[in-house]
Design a binder for this molecule. Sequence first.
Ligand SMILES: CC(C)(COP(=O)(O)OP(=O)(O)OC[C@H]1O[C@@H](n2cnc3c(N)ncnc32)[C@H](O)[C@@H]1OP(=O)(O)O)[C@@H](O)C(=O)NCCC(=O)NCCS
Length: 180
Amino acid sequence: MNRMVLLETDRLRFREHEPRDLEAFCALEQDADFRRYVGGRPRTRNEAEQRFERFLAPVTGPRLVATELKDEGRYIGYCGLHPHVDAGGPVAREAALAFYLAPDVWRQGFATEAGRAWIRFGFERLELTRIVASVDARNAASLRVLEKLGFQWRGTTGTAERPIHELELRAPLNRRNRPG
Ligand SMILES: CC(C)(COP(=O)(O)OP(=O)(O)OC[C@H]1O[C@@H](n2cnc3c(N)ncnc32)[C@H](O)[C@@H]1OP(=O)(O)O)[C@@H](O)C(=O)NCCC(=O)NCCS
């Protein structure tokens, strides 16, 4: 296995971002459909490039990673686990799940397939006790994916114009209460 590959599923490969992903990454960030419920407006090319720089920077710990179709080797977006940060800072043994995929691959079960893999990775390898997700309340596709993955609604934050549903998935009982 390539040393940059972090995880694989039947159809997907997850790896660190590389400079060659720049064009595909910027195309996503500049796409109005992609950005509808995550930020609301397409990023400019300049904003997308600045964001891409941050995705290339070395980071320890969970982060969102490049996602490609195994059969085509094509970059289709990014997903994975990233730190769950609340008012007190990063929450120990918790992470947030997120997926950001290109519109031309939607509705083929890729986000669900990716989510299953990252949940398993989070509970088994990172020994997380809880995984959370925050979703624009209008983002029916994302809410449906999280429902399929077993997430439960825990509350709604955000604003009247942009309510955000907060969801959680707790570790299976036999994985909780281990020493941290
Ligand atoms: C949200 C997102 C990740 C879903 O990816 P996906 O690969 O299409 O998801 P899946 O195919 O695994 O599942 C989508 C589910 O939502 C359903 N769905 C899709 N669009 C829907 C809509 N507009 N209304 C209701 N349900 C919808 C699908 O039918 C499917 O459910 P089913 O299996 O019961 O039929 C993708 O749309 C995306 O990347 N959007 C842009 C970024 C974003 O909003 N990310 C979420 C941040 S929280």
